[in-house]
Design a protein around this ligand. Structure first.
Ligand code: NAD
Length: 304
C-alpha cells in the first residue's frame, strides 16, 4: 500500500503509517499544480487544507481508495465525487478542538486587556498605560453560539475564569448535560441581549451565513465583545466594522474571514479589533493529534 502525504503533517503520522507496513511518500514540497502527476499509484492521499482534491486529481489517482483530511473542514475535497467512485473520505473532527478553544480564550483576553494594541503602540515608542485600562473576564456573561466540540471546550475554560455561560444551538443539550457543563440555554436574540462576550462556534452553512449581521449586532449589549474563530462569512464584516467604529461594541476578535487570506480590510483601521490569520488549529499538539489520528484512520481503512 502507498500513501502520499500532500501537505505538511506532523512527523508522527509518517511513523504510524510505516509501523503498519505502509509505504509513505512525502509530497508536501511538490507545487500544488504538479501534484496531479504524482498520484497515479497511490492507494490513499492525506491532506490538510492547502491541497485541493478535486475531480481531476481523483480521476488521475487510479488506485485511490481513501482520502484523509487532517482537520475538520472538507471544503477542499470533492466529497460527493469521491464517494460516487467508492473512495472513503475521512477526517479528524475533534483533534484540534482544544487548540481552537484555547485560541478563543486568548482572543477574549486580548480584546478585554487590549494586549495587541499595547504591543503595537510600544513598538512605536509609546507607553500607552492610560489607554490600556481593560475589563476582566471574571463575573461576565459569555454567550456561546454552537455548543459542539469546540464550544464545550470554550465553556469549560471560560468557567474557570469565573464567567457565567449561556448558549444557543439548534440542538439543545439534555438537562443533565447542561447542568454538568454549567450552561443555560437561551434563544438567539436573548443570548445576544444578555452576553458581555458572544463567541461563535457553528459551521458555515446557508443558515449561518451572516448570522451576525447589522440587526443582530444591534441586539447585542452596548459595549459587548464578539469573537469569531469558527468560519468566515458567519459575521458580516462590513456591519461589524460599523459596530466597532460607532462604539456599539467594546471590541471584537476574528481568526477567520469571508475572503482568506485577508489582505485589505477597513477593519485594519480600528484599534479595538484583534485579527489573527486562521490559526485556531495551528498548535503543535493539535496538529500532532490530527496527524496521528488521520494516519491511524487511513491505515485502518486500507488494511481492513
Ligand atoms: P461541531 O459540529 O462539533 O459543533 C457545531 C455546533 O453548531 C453543533 O452543536 C451544531 O448543532 C451547531 N449548529 C449547527 N448549525 C447551527 C445553527 N444554524 N444555529 C445554531 N447552532 C448550529 O463543530 P466544532 O468542531 O465545534 O467546530 C465549530 C466551528 O469551528 C466550525 O465552524 C469549524 O469549521 C470551526 N473551526 C475553526 C478552526 C480555526 O482554525 N479557527 C479550526 C477548527 C474548526
Amino acid at each position: 500500500m502507498k500513501v502520499g502525504i500532500c501537505d505538511a503533517l506532523a512527523k508522527e503520522s509518517f511513523e504510524v503509517l510505516r509501523s503498519r507496513g505502509i509505504e509513505v511518500l512525502d509530497l508536501s514540497s511538490i507545487p500544488k499544480d504538479e501534484l496531479i502527476n504524482h498520484v497515479a499509484e497511490l492507494d490513499a492521499i492525506i491532506v490538510r487544507s492547502a491541497t485541493k482534491v478535486r475531480r481531476e486529481m481523483i480521476d488521475a489517482a487510479k488506485n485511490l481508495k481513501v482520502i484523509g483530511r487532517a482537520g475538520v473542514g472538507l471544503d477542499n475535497i470533492d466529497v460527493e465525487y469521491a464517494k460516487s467512485k467508492g473512495i472513503k473520505v475521512l477526517n479528524t473532527p475533534g483533534a484540534t478542538s482544544i487548540s481552537v478553544a484555547e485560541l478563543t480564550i486568548g482572543l477574549i483576553l486580548a480584546v478585554m486587556r487590549k494586549i495587541a494594541y499595547a504591543d503595537r503602540e510600544m513598538r512605536k515608542g509609546a507607553w500607552p498605560k492610560k489607554k490600556c485600562k481593560g475589563i476582566e473576564m471574571y463575573g461576565k456573561t459569555l454567550g456561546v453560539i454552537g455548543i459542539g466540540r469546540i464550544g464545550r471546550e470554550v465553556v469549560k475554560r471560560a468557567r474557570a475564569f469565573g464567567m457565567r455561560v449561556i448558549y444557543y444551538d439548534v440542538f439543545k443539550l439534555s438537562d443533565e448535560q447542561a447542568r454538568e457543563l454549567g450552561v443555560e440555554f437561551r434563544e438567539l436574540d436573548s443570548l445576544l441581549a444578555e452576553s458581555d462576550v458572544v463567541s461563535l462556534h457553528v459551521p458555515l452553512l446557508p443558515e449561518t451565513k451572516h448570522l451576525i449581521n447589522k440587526e443582530r449586532l444591534e441586539k447585542m449589549k452596548d459595549g459587548a465583545i464578539l469573537i469569531n474563530a469558527a468560519r468566515g462569512g458567519i459575521v458580516d464584516e462590513e456591519a461589524l466594522y460599523d459596530a466597532l467604529k460607532s462604539g456599539k461594541l467594546y471590541g471584537a476578535a476574528l481568526d477567520v474571514y469571508e475572503h482568506e487570506p485577508l489582505k485589505e480590510s477597513k477593519l485594519f483601521e480600528l484599534d479595538n479589533v484583534v485579527l489573527t490569520p486562521h490559526i485556531g488549529a495551528q498548535a503543535k499538539e493539535g496538529q500532532a493529534r490530527a496527524g496521528i489520528e488521520i494516519a491511524e484512520k487511513v491505515a485502518d481503512a486500507l488494511l481492513s
